[in-house]
Design a protein around this ligand. Sequence first.
Ligand code: ZN
Ligand code: ZN
Ligand code: ZN
Length: 399
Amino acid sequence: MSVTTTSTAAISAAAAADDALRTPTDVATLADRLGRLADQAGRIGADAILIAPGADMRYFVGHSVGSHERFSCLAVTPDGRARLLVPLLERPGWAGTPVERLDLQISTWKDGEDPYSALTALLPAGVTGLAVDDYLPAMHAIGMRDALPGSRLALVGAAIGELRMRKDAAEVAALAAVGAAIDRVQRRIGEWLRPGRTEHEVAADITEALVQEGHSGADFVIVGSGPNGASPHHEASDRVIQQGDPVVIDIGGPSPAGYFSDCTRTYSVGAPADPEFGRVYEIVRTAQAAGVAAAVAGATCASADAAARTVIERAGYGEYFVTRTGHGIGLEVHEHPYLVAGNEQPLEPGMTFSVEPGIYLPGRFGVRIEDIVVVDEAGAPRLLNNCPTELTIVGDGTE
Ligand code: ZN
Ligand code: ZN
Ligand code: ZN
């Protein structure tokens, strides 16, 4: 048996050595992205694009903050000009960030003032078409609409997705680095997953290991043992893990640079108790490999979904594969493109997404296997997770 981890989450040597976990986006790249965002404003007929704190803001200016209820906004117009409005009390937090090296005006508003008229004053006269970030709080979107008589709101998420879903080489390197970090955690699962422990206890150890292996924190730690594995987004509970349980472990979080990992393996604690488990496991494994193989440049998102789904349907478990096959990943754990029926978006070099089919048998168990894939420069799928997909049996006293 392995030693228990200490409470201070020391960074592992592998994590410390991997610069791509930490490298910030260079200012020239940010400036290029802002230019392309302004082009998108022209293309979709928006007079201004309004972006809230979050992954979009981080993508375009290299930094973001949590503003709670106060209004912070990046506004970009088709002429290529960008301005950032932030609450005065948060202005010090932007000091030294890439924003100060971009050709961008930073303005502030203070408590007691109307932030919507403050932003309106920064926009050209006559702005009426507002394209807002999918995650701009509704109160701010409506506040801006009301501050600009005659204005209309539209969503800009799809137009931003057009930019964010094609990763450059530095972004692919960042995702590969954080993929290797989560692989190191998956390879250590046998240290923690044993009969007699609760899902919460196992999840606490995994959370610590995510940081040790180079994440800035855990975003989600799913430990779905026995029947809990049949709920795809079950997190962790006080259920005590039993000998013979299948356990779905789906874990991920951001690197210090902001790029996410997301990897699932399904383990068996000792020899599987359910006689159907081995067969179901191999069907999911075959389906996952088929989904990865189908993720070539020129194929559609829908066809990659179908490639994985067909394997499960032909084996007679179609009704138990209750999710899409995958989601894009980058500065958010779920982003465009989505591998889902009906999405005719063609895959292109630089797109990064999960392939994660599963079979969920209510009241019994679930099996999911998930890897992140990038379509490489040659148009072929390349795995960014490389821990084995063969069934790993843990906690049987042999470790
Ligand atoms: Zn999910
Ligand atoms: Zn996942
Ligand atoms: Zn996922």
